[in-house]
Design a protein. Structure first.
Length: 396
């Protein structure tokens, strides 16, 4: 299982965060055993065969363009007049054989092992993560030389893939930008071949071209991280200042120049005061962590509370939550998915067990805190009701 600690160990922990993250590419050689059980060709076949996946969720790409879906799928309509595209294996295979690359987006939503890995990386890096599957069979490039507007961690699963890397031609480019980066010139700064178990980290803005030119089919996962920029910080600052009178007042569009100037001065003072806080980034980080919705999961068959049964297993669905002790009040605050709960200090061990992000039973939670199972069931149900936890089974 690839959890936060596993990612930290593989990528280099604090050293990676301090010296590499957002700064430069890094290649971490590995072995096939390192990714065993994460995702396989059988998994991919099963998903394609059983899921209704329309472009762009599932797509084929070649030479930087998307292959029209009618070249490998046919429209199918059921008796309730619902229409979807059904993959035709022979046509599908032909497109891939001729050089198209296969992409499956957001596979963490439909594959448990990849979901756990994405959650682990999210906990390590403190940002939302989406995992896409890429498969290629030939030396023909699926996407051409390009750059991404987000950092990625690539995990090679099967076969080999060649990555040629160029640096940024525009520092910190974004999706919504005032100009586009220019094509890089000269030879790549790195020419790498990833083998099963290898991991590659690539910051946003780095140009790259990727091809399966090693004579083997290739299957890899790309974990894409949501970017957080100064513009995002300022949007958060503005939200925090909505309680301020200066930010609630109407803009004096038709007022005299002096009135307009006074209005701007008042807004500027509010922003300047907030920006002097040396812990502003910490406050922002805590806010985005504790308001991130995670992956809300229902807890059927339970709809009106949990029975006090030791074997019921539960797990966090908002992996970036916080647990804060309030020693003066004898309580702890558990913050997740946009809600904060105050519990008695005695609940801290049970809540700390939930924070490991591993499935655990009500019985184990009760034993860790010295509480009755009924008390733990009530505590956990409050978190379920707030979309922070979900039932994962009646037994581990």
């Amino acid at each position: 299982m690839v959890d936060a600690a596993s990612w930290a160990g593989r990528l280099g922990g604090d050293r990676f965060l301090a010296r590499t993250y957002h700064r430069s590419y890094a290649h971490f050689p590995g072995a096939a055993a390192d990714t065993a059980g994460l995702f396989s060709w059988d998994d991919l076949n099963r998903i394609i065969a059983t899921q209704r996946l329309e472009p762009p969720r599932l797509r084929l790409s070649v030479d930087g363009g998307m292959v029209p879906i009618h070249r490998y799928a046919i429209p199918t309509t059921n008796r309730r007049s619902v229409t979807w595209s059904r993959i035709q294996p022979s046509d599908f295979h032909a497109q891939l054989r001729d050089g198209a690359s296969l992409v499956l987006d957001a596979v963490e939503k439909i594959h448990p092992a990849v979901g756990v890995a994405a959650e682990g990386l999210q906990r390590f890096l403190g940002t939302s993560v989406q995992a896409n599957v890429y498969a290629s069979w030939t030396e023909r490039e699926g996407f051409g030389r390009h750059w991404d507007d987000h950092d990625v961690v690539v995990v090679q699963l099967h076969g080999s893939k060649r990555w040629r890397l160029w640096g940024m031609t525009r520092e910190a480019p974004t999706f919504r930008d005032v100009e586009s980066p220019e094509e890089p010139e000269g030879e790549p700064v790195a020419d790498l071949v990833l083998s099963p178990g290898d991991v590659l980290y690539l910051p946003r803005g780095w140009w790259h071209s990727v091809t399966a030119d090693q004579g083997t089919e290739s299957l890899h996962l790309t974990f894409g991280m949501v970017t957080h920029t100064g513009a995002d910080l300022m949007l958060w600052v503005v939200d925090q200042l909505r309680a301020s009178l200066a930010f609630r007042k109407d803009i004096p569009r038709f007022g005299a120049l002096a009135e307009q100037s006074d209005f701007i001065d008042a807004v500027r003072r509010e922003v300047a005061d907030m920006m002097t806080d040396p812990r502003l980034v910490e406050r922002w980080a805590e806010s985005i962590d504790t308001t991130d919705p995670g992956h809300a999961v229902p807890s059927l068959p339970y709809v009106d509370g949990l029975p006090a049964q030791r074997e019921i297993a539960v797990k966090l669905t908002a992996p970036r939550c916080r647990l804060t002790p309030n020693r003066a009040e004898g309580t702890v605050t558990f913050s997740a998915a946009g809600t904060a709960w105050d519990f008695a200090e005695s609940a801290a061990p049970a809540l700390g067990t939930l924070l490991t992000n591993q499935p655990t039973t009500l019985g184990e939670l009760a034993d860790s805190a010295g509480l009755e199972v009924k008390e733990v069931a009530e505590l956990v149900w409050a978190l379920i009701d707030g979309h922070a936890v979900a039932v994962m089974g009646t037994a581990l």
